[in-house]
Ligand binder design. Structure first.
Ligand SMILES: Cc1cc2nc3c(=O)[nH]c(=O)nc-3n(C[C@H](O)[C@H](O)[C@H](O)COP(=O)(O)OP(=O)(O)OC[C@H]3O[C@@H](n4cnc5c(N)ncnc54)[C@H](O)[C@@H]3O)c2cc1C
Length: 451
């Protein structure tokens, strides 16, 4: 029986395992997981810590017993410490496992920014279930009154909201001039305003150099005599690929130090595939590589790695960095390029904003959303979109329409041909996304006329 061995049991690892079981029941599939939480939704951590999900076990997409019932052998609490690619063996604390094909899905680790004092009690990073339990224990035993979050990316923002549900005083400190750097700064400012509207204090454009213990509390210090006191600190400064195991085995790395893979998710090592947050990502528009550590991408890449490992032929079709985050009553989403990235990729981008109602205004509850469309001036090719709207206005599915259009190379003109759904409580005969692309076309026409 051919053997597939998978290192890692999160989004990429489980997707590879499930796809293999589905397509090739004759393969023996073994999945080693460094902790006791295979197939848990770490994306749900902020919602658990905020109390919206009462039971931590509910974060499991599948229970361990269900995974085993599918015929996937699991090695829990098993950290693979060596891969011998040529000899087709992996090792965990001296125990050897043979494989015919190997998928590495070791994921990412939290970035530890150059801040002194990251190891002080009361200072946390957040990535794994064990991080979550440690964070929760501190919240419950120490009952902090003031929690400060360093980093206003999507994890920092979700945690800011989560902590307000715990009735603690929340402060967010961000190095960039505005929150959520994956959207344009002026839209990020709207996110900052939403934080402030809910009592979260935001310091944007502020670096932190040091966290120091001061009696029972912690003091954060930064340039320009910045100083701020907290009882507990979360540092959410992003993720970096966890490649140590693969690199020690001879795997090459590329963009941002992530494992180099081709579109079949093959590494340079024979019969060794890699997927998810540990690898560089093929970008749909540039057809080059980038690093976009997201659960959505990890699932797809894992599935493709599994499929190719058992001898099928499937290419990863690329990411656009499509992303959505809810911050209190606002939802912010983005896909594709901003002006800046588009220009760097050789386009002549134009971005046009419009405000659109999420559904027919005569039907109660209509809410405006800001939609920024980026397209190429010369060809009208859609390149990116950003939306800021209210929770409940289907912002996430609307960004997905843009993502589908960009993915398939649509232009501003052809986007209006899409047959999208309509009923007055939910949309308009032209969906807001189409009205936004039409606003782009009008703006370009007006600009041409005025020349
Ligand atoms: C708080 C939080 C919220 C998030 N929210 C979202 C979201 O809303 N949307 C979204 O798209 N993405 C989100 N993400 C990102 C998403 O969770 C990751 O992109 C995704 O989990 C990556 O999956 P992965 O399988 O590549 O790696 P990981 O999830 O990092 O998993 C790696 C796996 O490898 C195992 N492992 C590592 N080393 C070894 C070893 N040597 N031996 C054995 N096992 C090993 C680990 O135990 C783990 O099982 C969030 C992440 C966090 C932390």
């Amino acid at each position: 029986m051919p053997r597939l061995f998978i290192v890692g049991g999160s989004d990429a690892g489980i997707s590879a395992a499930l796809r293999t079981r589905e397509l090739a029941p004759d393969w023996q599939v073994t999945m080693a997981v460094a902790d006791r939480y295979p197939n848990f939704s770490i994306c749900g951590i902020p919602f658990y810590l905020g109390g919206e999900i009462p039971n931590a076990q509910d974060l499991a997409h599948r229970k361990a017993a269900d995974i085993e019932a599918l015929g996937i052998e699991m090695l829990l609490d098993t950290r693979i410490d060596q891969v011998n690619a040529q000899g087709k063996r992996v090792h965990a604390a001296g125990v050897e496992h043979a494989f015919d094909k190997l998928v590495i899905g070791t994921g990412a680790t939290s970035i530890r920014p150059p801040i002194a004092g990251l190891d002080l009690p009361g200072v946390f990073l957040l990535r794994w279930m064990d991080d979550m339990f440690a964070f929760e224990r501190h919240l419950e035993t120490r009952r902090p009154r003031r929690v400060t979050i360093v980093g206003a990316g999507y994890i920092g923002l979700e945690m800011a909201e989560a902590m307000t549900h715990r009735s603690v005083e929340v402060t967010v400190i961000e190095l960039a001039p505005s929150a959520m750097t994956t959207i344009d700064p002026d839209l990020g400012t709207l996110v900052g305003q939403e934080l402030e509207r809910h009592g979260v204090r935001l310091f944007a454009g502020q670096a932190i150099a040091e966290i120091a213990a001061e009696g029972e509390s912690l003091r954060l210090k930064g340039p320009n005599n910045f100083t701020h006191e907290a009882d507990m600190v979360l540092v959410a400064a992003g993720a970096k690929p966890d490649t140590a195991l693969a690199v020690a085995a001879g795997a090459q790395t590329g963009f941002k130090g992530a494992i180099k893979v081709n579109r079949r998710m093959e590494t340079n090592l024979p019969d060794v595939y890699a997927a998810g947050d540990c690898v560089e990502t093929f970008h749909r528009i540039t057809q080059g590589v980038t690093y976009l550590p997201l659960g959505t991408t990890a699932h797809k890449q894992g599935r493709i790695a599994g499929e190719n490992a058992i001898g099928r032929e499937r290419l990863f079709e690329g990411s656009l960095g499509t992303q959505v985050v809810r911050v209190f009553d606002r939802v912010v989403a983005r896909t594709g390029f901003h002006d800046r990235d588009a220009r760097a990729a050789g386009f002549d981008p134009v971005s046009v904003d419009s405000t659109q109602w999420d559904h027919k205004v005569y039907y109660p509850g209509a809410k405006p959303m800001t939609i920024r469309v980026t397209a190429d001036r010369n060809t009208g090719k859609l390149l990116g979109a950003q939306i800021v709207g209210s929770y409940g206005t289907e912002v996430s599915k609307r960004i997905d329409i843009f993502a589908a259009g960009i993915f398939h190379g649509m232009t501003i003109e052809t986007f209006s041909d899409l047959d999208l759904s309509y009923t007055p409580p939910l949309s308009s005969p032209w969906d807001p996304v189409q009205m936004a692309t039409q606003a782009w076309a009008k703006s370009e026409r007006d600009a041409a006329r005025s020349q």
